[in-house]
Design a protein around this ligand. Structure first.
Ligand SMILES: C[S@@+](CC[C@H](N)C(=O)[O-])C[C@H]1O[C@@H](n2cnc3c(N)ncnc32)[C@H](O)[C@@H]1O
Length: 369
């Protein structure tokens, strides 16, 4: 972590003004400003993905990831009764790489490919432009929206890879007199610091399972107050299906998972706001609860390794290697190890996948019992 002095970022000055005027701000407000402030937000001002950016995601690791999701989508479309028009909606599509690879793979089911219109939910103007360029060769009708709520109704297959981890979290800390919301204020050294709201939260009990209410002092609990899961669940319950892939845990747990990453290294979440990526683990338990409450049926979460192996990543890797040079074949092996590998260097078990479908549909591929 780099702790060297630096000139304040424009967003840092703005957040400081807000704290001085109104007092410490909840972590959720701080994270929302850092990521999506209309002028200085991290995602608004840059394309952060790839080797020269701040982090790399599974579709950027290998074409195999998007291709297998394209195959998954075409199989789910058949399970839906092969509707003549289907919306393929992606939440937070990054550079559009997953969608490009998915649509190329979907050519093996021409009727599905012909039925697709693409809807992208994206806040970043920089990434929207990048997505436009990436997807132009597909010649598929594509529209952009700021929220899933704005996408017109109709049968849809919804994909969200590393989207929910960028949705702001709220945090609360257990003290002797109850749970206090965790906020960002100004510490004695003049820098941003985590502080607790003075009054305990009154209604936190409804957010927490019974066991959590007896958590030891200093425990931290996190939740997302965002409505995307509700909107997604409402839509899926009608006539649609969704695949959510993200890093996180299957069951609610305690702990501070807010993390900052810049230039492929961990950073301090309170330093250089707007210049580093902020994310937090996705808790699949409340995500699934919210989606199922709207009438959709949830499957998983399963590990990313199980998802990709279930969809045939090893066979796909062998096919790619059969036509590759020795160096290219080594790259395929490296990518495979990264996507399904377990432990510190692999994404295979940290990343989880959950599928949500209308109650009339069978379990989707890779999620069969
Ligand atoms: C970590 S990137 C993942 C990109 C892509 N899915 C991938 O796997 O490469 C997060 C994406 O979500 C977008 N995003 C973040 N917050 C958003 C929000 N509140 N609404 C819509 N898009 C958002 C970002 O601009 C970016 O495209």
């Amino acid at each position: 972590m780099n702790d060297a002095p630096h000139a304040p970022t424009p967003l840092e000055a703005e957040i400081r003004r807000r704290i001085e005027a109104a007092g410490p701000m909840p972590v959720s407000e701080y994270m929302a400003l850092c990521l999506s402030h209309p002028q200085h937000g991290y995602y608004v001002t840059r394309d952060p993905l790839g080797a020269r950016g701040d982090f790399i995601t599974a579709p950027e690791v290998s074409q195999m990831f998007g291709e297998l999701i394209g195959i998954w989508m075409s199989a789910v479309w058949k399970q839906m009764g092969s509707p003549a028009r289907v919306r393929v909606i992606e939440l937070g599509p990054g550079r559009g790489t997953l969608m490009k690879d998915a649509m190329r793979a979907a050519q093996v089911v021409p009727a599905f490919r012909a039925a697709v219109a693409i809807d992208l939910v994206e806040i970043s103007p920089v990434l929207r432009e990048q997505q436009k360029q990436t997807l132009a060769p597909t010649k598929i009708e594509t529209h952009w929206y700021a929220s899933i709520r704005d996408v017109p109704d109709g049968p849809a297959i919804i994909i969200a890879n590393e989207f929910f981890d960028a949705i702001p979290i709220s945090q609360a800390v257990r003290t002797e007199d109850g749970w206090h919301e965790r906020c960002v204020g100004i510490g004695e050294d003049g820098r941003f610091a985590f502080v607790l709201a003075p009054e305990p939260m009154k209604h936190i009990g409804v957010l927490l399972p019974q066991a959590a209410r007896e958590a030891p002092v200093d425990s931290i609990v996190e939740w997302r107050a965002d409505n995307t899961a509700i909107d997604l669940g409402r839509r899926v319950a009608q006539d649609s299906a969704a695949l959510v892939i993200d890093y996180g845990h299957s069951q609610t747990d305690f702990g501070d998972t807010l993390q900052a990453v810049g230039k492929h290294a961990y950073a301090d979440p309170l330093r250089e706001p707007g210049e580093v990526d902020l994310t937090a683990h996705v808790d699949f338990e409340p995500l699934t609860r919210a989606i199922e409450l709207m009438g959709a049926r949830g499957y998983g979460p399963i590990t990313q390794s199980r998802l990709l192996r279930g969809l045939g990543i090893e066979t796909r890797a062998m096919t790619l290697k059969a036509k590759a040079t020795r160096a290219q074949a080594a790259d395929v092996d490296l990518a495979l190890a990264r996507l399904v590998g377990i432990g510190r260097t692999g994404m295979g078990d940290l990343f989880k996948a959950a599928a949500y479908v209308a109650p009339t549909l069978p379990p989707p591929p890779a999620f069969e019992p």
